[in-house]
Design a binder for this molecule. Structure first.
Ligand code: HEC
Ligand code: HEC
Ligand code: HEC
Ligand code: HEC
Ligand code: HEC
Ligand code: HEC
Ligand code: HEC
Ligand code: HEC
Ligand code: HEC
Ligand code: HEC
Length: 308
């Protein structure tokens, strides 16, 4: 009999512990409960990709309000107790990241997000995305993409207003066509330092050749800098005062920056060939527009001097 009594005693104790646990650990209450007091956030939430209705067993699914804000029973019992609910606007950027990446981490496009310039610069998901007040359902941005970016990158806007530019401000192309705002993948031997969170399309090539496919190569005769340094050796990607988005006003100033014969550069160690020595007469205007003759400047399958 004594043994039975102690069993009942221990059982009661366990129950009491469980009960206090329940009282301390907030429980899920379900989207419908939240909706009663927060119609502004809950009404229409069924169109949000984060919505999923209460399931057949009348249990709140993992995709309801509480999947982000945490279990809400204590908040509700407290009549809206602010200390008992997760408020994103009060979280540190890395805490927001943790919360969102709980579900979004295994997505390939975001594998570098923690090392990205944005994360290290204390920019979090909700600097660009808005769960409740996005005007677009996909991908829940806080506004039109370029406007979101310009809130912080004002200096970039001016470059897209230069005479020669990619028409971002006109809506023809987006920042995210070239950049992955969630961070670029780890650098490899072929992508060098992988600056500027630039997208990598087609293996290790940078974003540019995804649209300018004729520059992708490989060519029988490669112009070394196109392959080794990439497009930015000669072009300004956003905009330029020079035609063809070139980084220099005339072709020959651009070319002669490298083609100056200075050793030990060049694949033969004797310097990158200097055309002002010999055949070319740079005093003759005919020779000044280099690309009139060297027209396949990005690489050629027919001529080692890129003339056809
Ligand atoms: C009984 C009404 C009630 C219910 C039910 C309720 N809340 Fe609240 N909630 C409030 C009140 C009131 C406030 C504002 C408190 C204040 O500002 O002092 C609040 C504040 C919040 C805030 C913070 C708002 C801010 O300005 O930062 C969040 C987030 C929130 N509630 C989420 C939820 C979620 C999620 C649920 C469902 C689990 C829920 N609430 C259920 C009454 C409620
Ligand atoms: C995907 C995560 C997520 C889900 C799901 C979610 N919220 Fe939020 N909630 C946020 C974030 C992030 C904010 C901060 C403001 C913003 O980014 O829009 C927020 C802010 C709020 C606020 C504060 C008011 C404000 O705009 O600052 C309330 C109240 C709220 N949410 C209630 C709810 C309710 C109710 C639901 C379910 C219908 C819900 N949330 C579902 C992430 C979420
Ligand atoms: C600097 C702004 C910015 C930040 C910070 C940011 N995003 Fe994005 N996000 C975007 C833009 C712009 C797009 C649309 C273009 C694209 O798909 O890359 C996008 C697309 C998405 C998409 C849909 C397409 C896809 O890639 O899956 C998801 C999901 C997403 N973001 C989640 C997140 C999460 C989670 C975080 C934080 C861990 C985050 N984002 C941080 C700007 C941002
Ligand atoms: C409980 C899991 C979960 C959490 C937490 C969560 N998400 Fe999501 N999110 C999803 C699911 C599921 C979808 C819909 C499927 C998809 O697009 O991946 C989605 C979709 C999105 C999309 C739209 C993707 C598109 O293509 O339109 C964005 C943007 C996004 N989430 C951002 C966030 C942000 C920011 C946070 C943190 C405030 C967050 N999510 C927290 C599960 C979650
Ligand atoms: C909330 C402010 C904020 C928003 C919004 C924002 N950025 Fe940034 N961005 C930063 C900060 C901070 C850095 C890191 C410091 C720096 O390099 O200026 C940065 C850096 C960058 C870099 C340079 C990365 C590097 O390695 O040098 C690129 C590219 C970039 N952002 C693109 C974007 C794009 C595209 C968007 C819109 C989808 C965007 N940003 C939205 C604040 C922001
Ligand atoms: C045509 C492709 C392209 C588009 C479109 C583009 N970028 Fe860039 N951006 C680049 C490249 C490539 C770099 C790296 C330059 C380098 O490595 O010298 C860069 C660099 C940057 C940088 C960091 C250094 C700098 O030059 O300021 C920021 C910030 C940036 N871009 C923001 C943006 C924003 C914001 C948008 C949209 C409004 C945008 N970019 C659109 C290709 C692009
Ligand atoms: C999303 C597609 C897309 C991507 C990615 C892209 N471009 Fe472009 N690019 C265009 C389009 C379209 C034009 C035509 C000009 C316009 O929009 O008015 C153009 C124009 C140009 C021009 C000027 C051509 C002329 O005839 O004046 C150059 C140079 C250029 N791009 C280089 C680049 C470089 C370098 C990159 C990578 C940093 C790049 N592009 C990435 C679509 C793209
Ligand atoms: C060695 C310098 C150099 C490099 C590197 C370079 N370009 Fe060019 N690019 C030029 C010159 C010079 C012109 C002007 C040609 C002309 O006016 O006929 C040009 C013109 C262009 C044009 C417009 C005319 C056309 O041929 O379509 C595009 C687009 C372009 N480049 C894209 C790229 C892309 C993409 C890359 C990287 C894969 C790249 N360039 C790398 C020098 C370069
Ligand atoms: C960023 C540096 C750089 C720029 C700018 C540049 N080149 Fe080159 N170019 C090289 C290098 C490096 C080689 C390879 C030289 C070698 O094999 O030693 C090369 C090779 C060549 C060759 C083949 C020479 C040979 O003997 O094989 C020609 C022709 C040429 N470039 C023309 C031009 C023209 C025209 C321009 C301007 C539109 C230009 N380059 C701009 C770096 C550059
Ligand atoms: C009128 C057409 C024409 C113009 C314009 C022209 N080139 Fe050439 N270039 C040639 C020819 C033809 C050759 C081959 C000469 C030879 O075989 O001796 C050549 C050869 C070269 C070589 C290889 C030299 C070597 O020693 O390997 C380079 C580098 C070069 N040009 C760069 C340039 C640059 C830079 C410009 C502009 C300042 C330019 N070219 C303008 C026709 C031209």
């Amino acid at each position: 009999m004594a043994r039975g009594a102690s069993y009942i005693l221990r059982y009661a104790l366990a129950l009491a512990v469980a009960a206090t646990c329940i009282a301390q650990e907030p429980q899920l209450v379900g989207t419908e409960v939240c909706q009663a007091c927060h119609p502004a956030q809950a009404d229409g939430f069924n169109r949000n990709p984060h919505f999923e209705p209460i399931d057949e067993d009348k249990q709140p699914s993992s995709q309801s309000c509480e999947s982000c804000h945490g279990p809400g029973s204590a908040h509700v019992l407290g009549g809206g107790d602010l200390s008992a609910i997760i408020r994103f606007t009060e979280l540190a950027p890395n805490q927001v990241l943790d919360r969102c990446l709980a579900c979004h981490a295994d997505d390939l496009g975001k594998i570098s997000i923690r090392r990205s310039a944005h994360s290290t610069g204390e920019v979090s998901c909700i600097s660009c995305h808005s769960i409740h007040s996005s005007t677009e359902i996909s991908p829940l941005l806080a506004g039109p993409e370029k406007d979101v970016c310009y809130t912080c990158h004002l200096e970039v806007r001016a470059r897209f207003d230069l005479p020669y530019k990619h028409r971002v401000n006109e809506g023809a192309i987006k920042c995210s066509d070239c950049h992955n705002p969630h961070g670029a993948p780890t650098s490899t031997w072929a992508t060098a330092s992988s600056r500027g969170m630039v997208r990598h399309a087609f293996g290790n090539d940078i974003a540019c050749t995804g649209c300018h496919t004729d520059k992708r190569g490989p060519f029988v005769f490669e112009h070394a800098p196109v392959r080794a340094e990439g497009c930015m050796a000669c072009h300004n990607p956003h905009g330029s005062t020079n035609p063809r988005l070139l980084s220099r006003p005339t072709a020959f100033t651009l070319c002669l920056e490298c083609h100056n014969g200075a050793a030990p550069f060049g694949t033969r160690g004797g310097g990158i060939p200097n055309p002002t020595i010999g055949f070319h007469n740079l005093a003759d205007p005919r020779f000044q527009n280099c690309v009139v003759c060297h027209s396949r400047i990005h690489g050629s399958n027919a001529d080692p001097l890129f003339r056809r």
